[in-house]
Design a protein around this ligand. Structure first.
Ligand code: GLN
Length: 250
């Protein structure tokens, strides 16, 4: 009995020791897990995708556990800015405005804004819709670059309205329901959404190529080590290998 008791104490001490270590060694990543192929849930309900696998590789290299927190994209920058999360990897475009709020790692991927439209649509651009109807209703994911550009180029110009959804999938559902004329979203998620839903097609936009990077709070203590590890994984081809896994060559 005494022996058992002693063993239990040892086990409890060991467990609390492991817990303390894990606590110290966990990095929290915030992202919106509805942005395939960068982040989505696999068939077992686990987050995966390009961002997730790169973040995992960096954490493994640095000896950290990775915890992924699924939030709205609009909350990712405020979340790292306030220190609530260690970093955000969310197919996030580097912009001058965002650089005022967070610090970005090296860029590891690129994106381009695309327009998702009904397959039967005869227009080739958002301007075509404005020309034909005098106005346009654009669906976007709130606080994304697609939201910013659509707002600047159409809403602010008095050419139409922008409907902002919590995530890209919700914007696509609104398009399928006929609530918006088109959806502006990054090209790789756009490809995934049209593959998953019938009756949609992709148009290109005039918007330029964007660089994706991970975002950290400005006073992050882990930023330098994390970025150095990312740079190594870019240099040794690991990052490209992960991208190729999720974006099959055309
Ligand atoms: N690349 C876009 C942006 O940074 C969209 C990112 C996202 O929706 N996860 O605004």
């Amino acid at each position: 009995m005494k022996k058992l008791f002693a063993m239990l104490i040892v086990a409890a001490l060991m467990l609390s020791g492991i817990a303390a270590l894990a606590e110290k060694g966990t990095l929290t990543m915030c992202t919106n897990v509805a942005f395939p192929p960068y982040e989505f849930y696999d068939e077992n309900g686990q987050p995966t995708g390009i961002d997730v696998q790169i973040a995992k590789a960096i954490c493994a290299k640095l000896g950290y556990e990775l915890e992924i927190v699924d939030i709205e994209f609009a909350q990712c920058i405020p979340g790292v800015q306030s220190g609530k999360y260690d970093f955000s990897a969310a197919g996030m475009t580097v912009t001058e405005e965002r650089k005022q709020m967070v610090q970005f790692t090296d860029t590891y991927a690129t994106g381009i804004q695309s327009i998702i439209a009904p397959e039967a649509a005869t227009f080739e651009s958002i301007d075509d819709i404005v020309e034909a109807n005098g106005t346009v209703k654009i669906g976007v994911q709130m606080a994304t670059t697609g939201d910013l550009y659509s707002t600047w180029d159409y809403e602010d110009e008095g050419k139409g309205t922008v409907d902002r959804y919590a995530n890209g999938a919700a914007a696509v559902q609104a398009l399928l329901a006929g609530k918006v004329d088109c959806v502006v979203i990054d090209n790789e998620p756009a490809k995934n959404f049209i593959a998953q839903n019938e009756g949609l097609k992709i148009l290109d936009t005039a918007y330029a190529v964007e660089d994706y990077a991970m975002a950290f709070g400005k006073d992050s203590a882990i930023y330098a080590d994390f970025n150095a590890a990312l740079a190594e994984l870019i240099a040794d081809g690991t990052v490209q290998g992960i991208i190729d896994e999720f974006i099959p060559a055309e």
